[in-house]
Ligand binder design. Structure first.
Ligand code: BJ8
Length: 427
């Protein structure tokens, strides 16, 4: 539990809108309680997730600001995409944070700057900034964006009028020549972060950062592997939250906590203990990322009587499945290894994106999924378009499939619940 500290002075010093932020925190706290704390038979070690949720806008922000104040950290660097290498920020004693964009906020203000038919994730980060309710955005000294989808690309032009921004150019094709360009882009980012943080990246610093992030990803892989068991030892909701937390919490603390969770889940698998009875319909989630506090779909699937056993998404396997090769000895070689690792992320912005289809089918098989639920956020052309290829791959593999288009509002929840229940009945 968080200490009884009044964090309002801290939020005020960050220039936040205190009344609106109180309202947001109240709503998210209520939602967390309703969704997470009502789950049955959670692993005890998920208390770490409750700790993260309790401290997310308070204790964790204070901790980051205190570290900067004490000279233990240089800068806070925010990002919106798993293509932005956190190892580089850590190597400069910076604190990397994923900026949450999982709830509608200040939509009227947002629509003065961005079209109405923009995906909710983009509108959300713009709304959190315009509404001054996100302490991660406000405490970030630099925000690193990326040219991925058209919506983000253009929205960053607006966001750059609000925050100190740097935008990475992400290729749209995976081949040898684009890998060369991408490696150069990663090196440009390293130079930018060095300049911003006032720290020169040395081989020792970068190696330590690579190892720390690899350890974090290994812990997440270990936890994910336990979900192949029936009964599933941990819910999809809690698993989603581990990755959401991985974007925000301190790296060694999170790694330790995830390893504890994995150890408990391994014991549960041995004991045949699960969050849902053996034989519960098992779902592989694939699609757009689910940023905090977007827990809607997972909540609907698990309330409908299914259990999510894997996530092929950037708030899932794409975040942890690949590691950086640790054998490089020079900064140049290590940055190349970082670029190579990130280049394997199969975002729908790439064309063709066949490896994503292979990953989905492989994950469904490895995790013994009974069905695939493919989700696109409304107005996300990339994932909407790619859903046809996902459906074809699922069909060819003989795996039941359903596609959902949704947003952050709750209006479609009843209708979605009915559709999901019907899907679970057919598989
Ligand atoms: S690597 S998936 S985190 S870009 S949902 S904003 S794509 S219109 S989030 Fe992503 Fe990086 Fe790719 Fe992953 Fe655009 Fe679609 Fe919105 Fe999206």
């Amino acid at each position: 539990m968080a200490e009884e500290i009044d964090f309002h002075p801290m939020w005020e010093s960050l220039g936040m809108n205190l009344a609106d932020h109180d309202m947001l925190l109240g709503a998210v706290g209520q939602m967390y309680g309703d969704i997470f704390l009502t789950q049955n038979n959670r692993p005890k070690s998920t208390s770490y997730l409750d700790f993260v949720a309790t401290n997310i806008h308070s204790g964790r922000i204070k901790e980051m600001l205190d570290k900067k104040e004490a000279g233990e950290a240089t800068k806070i660097v925010g990002s919106f995409c798993v293509y932005v290498p956190e190892e580089i920020v850590l190597a400069c004693d910076g604190i990397p944070v994923g900026l949450c964009s999982g709830a509608d906020w200040a939509t009227d203000k947002v629509e003065e700057h961005l079209p109405r038919n923009t995906c909710p994730l983009i509108k959300s980060f713009a709304g959190f900034k315009l509404g001054e309710v996100c302490p991660y955005i406000e405490s970030s000294d630099l925000v690193v964006g990326e040219n991925t989808c058209d919506g983000k690309k253009k929205a960053y032009e607006f966001f750059a009028t609000q925050k100190n921004m740097y935008v990475m150019d992400i290729p749209n094709v995976h081949d040898e020549s684009t890998l060369v360009t991408w490696k150069a882009e990663v090196k440009k980012l390293a130079a930018k972060i060095e300049e911003e943080c006032g720290v020169k990246i040395t081989p020792e610093r970068l190696k330590a950062a690579i190892r720390a992030v690899n350890e974090k990803r290994r812990a997440l892989q270990r936890l994910a592997a336990t979900r192949a068991a029936d009964p599933a030892p941990i819910s999809g909701l809690d698993s989603l939250l581990t990755v959401q937390a991985a974007f925000m919490d301190d790296t060694p603390r999170l790694t330790g906590a995830i390893n504890d969770m994995a150890a408990e889940c391994e014991q549960r698998v041995e004991a045949g203990e699960g969050v849902a009875p053996k034989g519960t319909k098992r779902i592989l989630y694939t699609g757009t990322p689910m940023a905090v506090p977007n827990w809607k779909l997972f909540n609907l699937i698990e309330n409908a009587g299914g259990v999510v056993v894997g996530e092929e998404s950037c708030t899932g396997s794409r975040y942890y499945k690949d590691l950086v090769d640790e054998s490089g000895e020079t900064v140049d070689k290590m940055l190349d290894a970082i670029a190579e690792r990130y280049f394997k992320i199969n975002c729908a912005v790439f064309t063709p994106n066949d490896q994503r289809m292979k990953d989905i089918v492989q994950m469904a098989k490895d995790l013994h999924a009974d069905g695939i639920v493919d989700v696109a956020l409304q107005f996300c052309t990339l994932y909407e378009m790619e859903s046809f290829a996902v459906e074809k791959a699922a069909e060819e593999a003989g795996i039941p499939f359903m596609h959902i288009t949704t947003d952050y509002a709750g209006e479609d929840a009843g209708q979605l619940q009915t559709r999901i229940e019907a899907f679970l009945e057919t598989i």
